[in-house]
Design a protein around this ligand. Structure first.
Ligand SMILES: NC(=O)c1ccc[n+]([C@@H]2O[C@H](COP(=O)([O-])OP(=O)(O)OC[C@H]3O[C@@H](n4cnc5c(N)ncnc54)[C@H](OP(=O)(O)O)[C@@H]3O)[C@@H](O)[C@H]2O)c1
Length: 321
């Protein structure tokens, strides 16, 4: 698969990037969601992603209060990756904060990621104490000051995304992305008009939890006993249980059947569908806790699904929800 432009920026990225919430090391508000990985394990994951051709990484302040950012920067340094040769996206955490906090914390973000620049700076949630206007104006200040290259949002509705786009446009800065939950098992972004709005505005949608936190790999269908080993938060967020497994089994079987035609796994077909079905609008950031998972994610860019396969998975996806 060819590289794509992130929104209307000049940032070129592979359709698949690597999500690094998994590098939180158990710390902070949502760090305990995943099993803790040490630096060596995280570096092996990053290496597998890079070896497979992945060209960008997504992190956030809230992932272990800077742990994920520091761990990612450390891995890229250990692997002798030249700053600027891969793209790095991070996010500001807005809860119980005002827009003024964006300017006050940017140096900390840059310090955690050093020597990597922030290619994409995203507002993690639409729940700050300040208006969308105030937040996006402050983000535009950061672009003007050369602190970040491009601006995105996350979990913004179609209306909030449109407003963010307008505020930035007045400052001559494009809104390049909205990071939202989308997968074969979650089409709410499409149902709520986000895809149509993103297309019209030239904004990329960055799909998070693109494997439905592992469900779309088929591993829990094969071994339901392993559900008990994952965190309660993950079981709840992804409704990971017998009912979901029963409802999604036909989809998993189809992913495997189609995968056999392409020498690919179920998860690779699920990711390929996600970044193909809506043209170039959707890119995805699967997370990985092992090198093999990152390698598999990168390998999802190595084949092309036929129009009939894309359509048949679309239908099965609707039936599986
Ligand atoms: N903006 C937001 O609000 C938001 C919200 C959620 C996530 N995100 C971002 O999106 C990224 C991805 O989302 P996510 O981590 O929630 O979900 P995901 O990418 O759907 O699932 C990742 C998990 O699935 C399992 N997995 C991945 N590849 C596998 C394979 N080949 N075989 C078997 N299992 C595999 C692993 O679980 P194990 O580790 O248990 O093996 C991995 O940690 C995050 O890292 C984060 O950067 C953003």
């Amino acid at each position: 698969m060819d590289k794509r432009r992130l929104g209307k920026s000049d940032i070129e990225i592979t359709p698949i990037g690597l999500g690094t919430w998994q590098f939180s090391k158990g710390k902070g508000l949502i760090g305990g969601f995943w099993k803790s990985l040490d630096d060596e394990a995280a570096t092996a994951v990053v290496k597998a992603a890079l070896d497979g051709g992945i060209s960008w990484f997504d992190t956030a302040e809230i992932y272990g209060r800077g742990n994920s950012e520091r761990c990612l920067a450390g891995a890229l340094t250990a692997l002798k990756v030249a700053p600027g040769s891969v793209r790095v996206a991070t996010k500001w955490w807005p809860l119980l904060r005002t827009a003024g906090n964006i300017g006050r914390t940017i140096e900390k973000r840059l310090e955690c990621l050093a020597p990597w620049p922030i290619d994409l700076y995203q507002i993690h949630q639409p729940f700050s104490l300040s208006s969308v206007r105030a937040q996006l104006d402050t983000m535009a200040d950061l672009v003007e000051a050369g602190k970040v290259k491009a601006v995105g949002v996350s979990n913004f509705s179609a209306a909030a995304m449109e407003e963010a786009h307008k505020v930035l446009a007045k400052r001559g800065v494009p809104l390049v992305s909205n990071q939202v939950r989308i997968s074969l098992l979650d089409r709410s972004a499409e149902e709520k008009g986000l895809l149509e709005t993103a297309r019209r505005l030239g904004v990329s949608l960055i799909a998070y939890s693109p494997l439905a936190q592992g469900i779309l790999t088929g591993r829990f269908h094969d071994d339901p006993g392993t559900i008990a080993q994952v965190s309660r938060g993950r079981r709840m967020t992804s409704a990971l249980g017998p009912e979901t497994l029963a409802r999604t089994r036909p989809l998993i079987e189809a992913l495997r059947r189609i995968g056999d035609e392409h020498g690919a796994t179920a998860s690779q077909v699920a990711l390929n569908w996600l970044v193909s079905f809506w043209g170039e609008t959707v890119v995805a950031i699967p997370g990985a806790s092992r090198p093999g998972q990152a390698k598999e994610a990168a390998g999802s860019m190595g084949f092309r699904l036929s129009p009939a396969e894309l359509t048949s998975l679309d239908r099965l996806s609707r039936e599986a929800r």
